[in-house]
Design a protein around this ligand. Structure first.
Ligand code: URA
Length: 236
């Protein structure tokens, strides 16, 4: 791939802008400044620097964010910050998108990617990717509520039954459960349907990928193995 094309694919702006960067001597590969826009590259394990800042070539990006509360998963956040505020322009130029959504007041594992196929694989309703949530509830969780959640509840304006699996009572008012669908406010509505209320919600796992050790608001690139774990349907 030509250098100008590679830079463009990585989010460094239009072809013209990338050509200008190269001509300005901003790009170095293995310490050597390259000013030929048509310099041919081997993309395998390629790293390069732009004005001294080091980057690795990535065909696609897969990101795990520990989403804080008070961040919205939309580009045009209205009343809060947007999760996209946590990423720089280079990543945003690649067309980063959230893989599903978390509510503004939900924290925890949020995946972002520029790979449309990965996004589709994880969000398609027929794929049933498992999502594990932990929550604090307004009232103590009863055995009957747990049974109802496992047997399934109906939700207004949604067809079918919504069930939870692997329901674990962590404390009197703390519950962990797994869902395999993903409709609007699903966990909150399921808890309301059994007569309780979610006070605080946190996503801990998607597929077989658990939230990496990350401070809230911090993110990492996922490696190939982690991407595969996220696509695993059943919780191990
Ligand atoms: N269910 C909810 O109610 N909210 C979320 O953010 C995710 C799942």
């Amino acid at each position: 791939m030509f250098l100008e094309k590679m830079l463009q694919s990585q989010g460094f702006g239009s072809r013209k802008h990338c050509q200008q960067l190269i001509k300005n001597g901003a790009i170095a590969i293995q310490g050597e400044v390259i000013t030929n826009t048509k310099h041919k590259l081997d993309l395998n394990h390629l790293s390069f620097s732009v004005y001294g800042e080091r980057f690795e070539y990535r065909e696609k990006v897969y990101i795990a964010l520990n989403k804080p509360q008070d961040y919205e998963c939309s580009h045009q956040a209205t009343h809060h910050f947007s999760v996209f505020d946590l990423f720089d322009d280079v990543l945003m130029n690649r067309g980063l998108q959230c893989v599903g959504r978390l509510d503004q007041d939900t924290s925890g594992l949020l995946l972002l990617t520029d790979d449309g196929q990965f996004l589709q694989a994880l969000t398609h309703p027929k794929k049933h990717v498992a999502k594990v949530y932990q929550m604090q509830t307004a009232d103590p969780v009863t055995e009957q509520q747990i049974q109802q959640l496992q047997q399934g509840v109906e939700l207004r304006n949604e067809s079918g039954i919504f069930t939870a699996t692997d329901v674990i009572l962590l404390a009197e008012n703390e519950l962990q459960l797994t869902i395999h669908q993903g409709v609007y406010h699903q966990v909150k509505r399921m808890l309301a349907a059994v007569g309780n209320k979610v006070e605080r919600l946190h996503r801990q796992q998607i597929g077989a990928l658990t939230l990496p050790e990350l401070e809230q608001g911090k993110w990492i690139y996922l490696d190939e193995q982690q991407v595969e774990l996220a696509k695993t349907r059943m919780v191990i």
